[in-house]
Design a protein around this ligand. Structure first.
Ligand code: DC
Length: 224
């Protein structure tokens, strides 16, 4: 979807795989822009929940997505003038995001916004379809994953740290349902892009994962 010469690193993977943290750190190390595409689905979901828009009303949801008034400023994510960076991480919002992300018109409404992040000197984009659909010309594609148990535990720590209550058992169930929905939907299903490097971080620290992605990128830069 983009023909620009801006280098893009696409990092896709399932929920709570750690791709957000890894992608953000890689972008900082390279001085690149960062796109958290999941946040756009979460912002649309939060907006829908607040407006009482039914989660099956594709047309109304696509309109909400197209009209999203959001901005990303360091760790803050603004919806209009309100910082909703924590609110969009709630499980209810994540589940709603996963449901509305199955709707083609909603996905279509968010394409332009995502492409807008692709600016020099480069972009690190994380999501489900960065390497397959949004940035198929990405110079590096990574599919970052981890076992469901490792992901449930990470998600648990993240939520507790933000003051939400949670149990590992419920999180594991939620995460498996969300994986199935993300992988089995007909539009832009979650799957490794062709030529993607698979990175299983179950037994890796964030620093190790970041180093691996940077090493792959350095290798590519050497060749081009
Ligand atoms: O990465 P995340 O958990 O913040 O994403 C929230 C939901 O958004 C996820 O369940 C699937 C959807 N999503 C998507 O369909 N495509 C993307 N590029 C990013 C997220």
């Amino acid at each position: 979807m983009t023909s620009s010469n801006v280098p893009v690193i696409a990092i896709d993977g399932p929920t709570a795989s750690g791709k957000g943290t890894v992608a953000q750190r890689v972008s900082e190390r390279l001085g690149f822009h960062y796109l958290d595409s999941g946040a756009l689905y979460r912002l649309t979901a939060l907006s829908a929940l607040r407006h009482g828009t039914p989660l099956h009303d594709e047309h109304a949801l696509a309109k909400l997505a197209a009209g999203l008034n959001c901005s990303f400023v360091s760790d803050s994510i603004y919806l209009a003038h309100e910082d909703v960076a924590d609110a969009i991480r709630a499980e209810e919002v994540g589940n709603a995001a996963s449901r509305i992300a199955t709707l083609p018109q909603v996905r279509h409404s968010l394409v332009g916004l995502q492409l807008g992040f692709c600016k020099g000197p480069g972009l690190v984009a994380d999501g489900r379809d960065m390497g397959t659909v949004i940035f198929p010309n990405a110079v590096l594609k990574v599919f970052l994953t981890a076992s469901p148990e490792a992901r449930a535990e990470r998600r648990y720590k993240q939520l507790i740290g933000k003051g939400f209550s949670a149990t590992i058992r419920d999180l594991l169930k939620d995460l498996q349902e969300r994986d199935a929905r993300d992988a089995n939907r007909s539009v832009s299903p979650l799957k490794p892009a062709e030529g993607a490097h698979i990175l299983d971080t179950s037994d890796m620290t964030v620093d190790q994962a970041v180093s691996q992605v940077l090493a792959w990128y350095a290798e590519i830069r050497k060749r081009t």
